[in-house]
Design a protein around this ligand. Sequence first.
Ligand code: TYD
Length: 150
Amino acid sequence: MSSKSGNSVIPSGVNQCKIVQLPRILEARGNLTFVEGGHHVPFDIKRIYYLYDIPGGTARGSHGHKKLEQLVIAMSGSFNITLDDGYEKKSFSLNRSYYGLYIPPMLWRDLDDFSSGAVCMVLASEKYDENDYYRDYDSFLSDARGRKNW
Ligand code: TYD
């Protein structure tokens, strides 16, 4: 997990990403899963967004975040996420609505291989802020490598 002090962020390594198994209430009338901020994810949830109607062969992501923490869940279907800390890459395949992938700040992410009907839901620690994005890989790399601390 990254730590924050003032405006500076200490970058995270790909090994700090983790699959979180969410609670499941299994009943004959259907199953239920829930996520509590500060409990199943180490942040308060300030925003939820989701990707859907994703055409076959499409890639999403291709950016990094300076401070944002996220939990990504395949609500339906499946897709892959590759995370990159500037030194190492790690890929995850998500295909169950009761597993989430926790992504700390300062990781570049690429999402691809979306199945037909896939829905990618993201729980986020902050509201949308374009200034929190790295859209340029070289800028991300320069900051991520310049502040290695794990
Ligand atoms: P982006 O984060 O680049 O999407 P992805 O990582 O899935 O490829 O966002 C796509 C567009 O949507 C971009 O113009 C910003 C806008 N957007 C919002 O307005 N609010 C949000 O919460 C998010 C996630 C994106």
